[in-house]
Design a protein around this ligand. Structure first.
Ligand code: PMP
Length: 453
């Protein structure tokens, strides 16, 4: 079979057997899928040998690029020992070593690490832990949570319950548990009709009001610190996160920081909470934890929280939760290599200059006729396309404007994936300045090409 026949065969098998996530499969079947066969540095190569810049870090997970020698070697080395053994009733070497590193890295008051294998499960664990914490303390009635509009915490039903994006979450409403929703700190489209900073954080005022009325029913608050990512790269103004922490303390509810997207350097610091000196009671980590190599997640909890689960066998204070691949040794070995690289390659130091370059390009892009707003928290950025800049009128969803830009960019060798009308810019942290500039150049050209101005 020739290479072309082989590729066509693969494409047909994809259409026949695969159901892709977040994808209208009718449309997918009408197009030719891009099938990735290889990766190097910040680029991915399809089966025809075409290279694309990985502008979404393979869905926000990749940090050092593909085929990073140190991570490849760490996985191979671990493979020579064992690929997997369970944490239920046993422990394993890389899981122990990584837990110690994570606690040292995050903040020693978050002193216990509970592993799972993706961002959604990290959140499920956090929600269940927070809920059971109150039960174990003998305090009843804390049966709900508060979360934000435009929040995204994953696709499992607990995570969807605390989500706030109608197009993803509304269908499942009858299956979800009740939550209170606080306003999203989306200054460009403030749902309270205010303008920052004159608003004096009216959104926090609203959160305060809900907590004042309902704190006794609420186990915890969950938030994506600094930036609501899947909601459209919505950045909160400086001081907002600290205000949220203060409210959680004031009303004695647990603060859960979902750092699944923001963790491991994405915002310019190791964790987004550091920007505002916030220490949550529970922190969810995943995505970048293995440098984008293996599925792994960790939910970190304070001593105060974990000690509420201690008791005699019959006390029923045990946390009855766990997954088959919890603490997988290959994934933990990859994560350990990844954390070593953060130090060895001075990733956060080197990122500073690149964040400045990204921000300078965003300031050029915001001048375009159909760009309403640009937002970033470090190396997580969004470009919001609008039909009318004056009135901020968005493009109708059916126009698929974000996708049209993404298609144009792909033809220019840059792979990106929009969130509705928001173009996401999320290359691997290790991208060279030259490649970053190339990516931004392509976006600056393809946005007017797709929008017609
Ligand atoms: N929380 C946040 C903040 C996320 O951005 C995501 C994924 N985009 C998740 C949770 C869910 O992670 P996963 O897709 O690994 O389940």
């Amino acid at each position: 079979m020739s290479i072309v026949e082989d590729n066509k065969n693969l494409e047909n098998l994809d259409r026949k057997y695969l159901w892709h996530p977040f994808t209208q499969m009718k449309e997918w079947q009408e197009e030719t899928p891009v099938v990735i066969a290889e990766g190097r540095d910040c680029f991915i190569k399809d089966t025809y040998g075409r290279w694309y810049l990985d502008g979404v870090s393979s869905l926000w997970v990749n940090i050092f690029g593909h085929r990073k020698k140190e991570i490849d070697d760490a996985i191979r080395k671990q493979l020579e020992n064992i690929a997997h053994s369970t944490l239920l009733g046993l422990s394993n070497v890389p899981a122990i070593r990584l837990a110690e590193k994570l606690v040292q890295l995050v903040d020693t008051s978050l002193s216990k690490v509970f592993y799972s294998d993706n961002g959604s499960t990290a959140v499920e664990v956090a929600l269940k832990m927070a809920f059971q914490y109150w039960k174990n303390k003998g305090i009843d009635g804390r049966n709900t949570f508060i979360s934000l509009r435009n929040a995204y915490h994953g696709d499992t039903l607990g995570a969807v319950s605390v989500g706030g994006i109608d197009i993803f979450h509304k269908t499942f409403e009858p299956l979800l548990f009740k939550t209170y929703k606080a306003p999203s700190p989306y200054c460009y489209r403030c749902e309270l009709g205010k303008t920052y900073p004159r608003c004096k954080f009216a959104c926090l005022g609203e959160m305060d009001r809900i907590l004042c009325d309902h704190a006794g029913e609420i186990a915890g608050l969950i938030i994506e610190p600094l930036i609501q990512a899947a909601g459209g790269m919505i950045t909160s103004p400086s001081g907002y996160l600290k205000g949220v922490r203060e409210l959680c303390s004031k009303y004695n509810i647990l603060m859960i920081a979902d750092e699944v997207a923001t963790g491991f350097g994405r915002t310019g610091k190791m964790f987004a909470c550091e920007h505002e000196d916030v220490i949550p009671d529970i922190m969810c980590l995943s995505k970048g934890i293995t440098g984008g190599y293996m599925p792994l997640a960790a939910t970190l909890a304070t001593d105060e929280l974990s000690s509420a689960f201690l008791g005699e066998f019959g006390d029923m204070k045990t946390f009855f939760h766990g997954h088959s691949y919890t603490g997988n040794p290959l994934a933990c070995a990859a994560a350990l290599a990844c954390l070593d690289l953060f130090e060895k390659e001075h990733v956060l130091e080197n990122l500073k200059g690149k964040i400045a370059v990204l921000e300078a390009w965003l300031q050029e892009i915001v001048q375009l006729t159909h760009v309403g707003d640009v937002r970033n928290a470090g190396f997580m950025a969004g470009i919001e396309l609008v039909e009318d800049k004056e009135t901020k009128r968005p493009y109708d969803r059916k126009e698929k404007m974000g996708w049209r830009v993404a298609h144009c960019a792909r033809e220019q060798g840059v792979f990106i994936r929009p969130l509705g009308n928001v173009i996401v810019v999320m290359p691997p942290l290790a991208i060279s300045e030259q490649n970053l500039v190339q990516m931004m150049k392509v976006l600056k050209e393809t946005i007017p090409a797709a929008t017609g101005a």
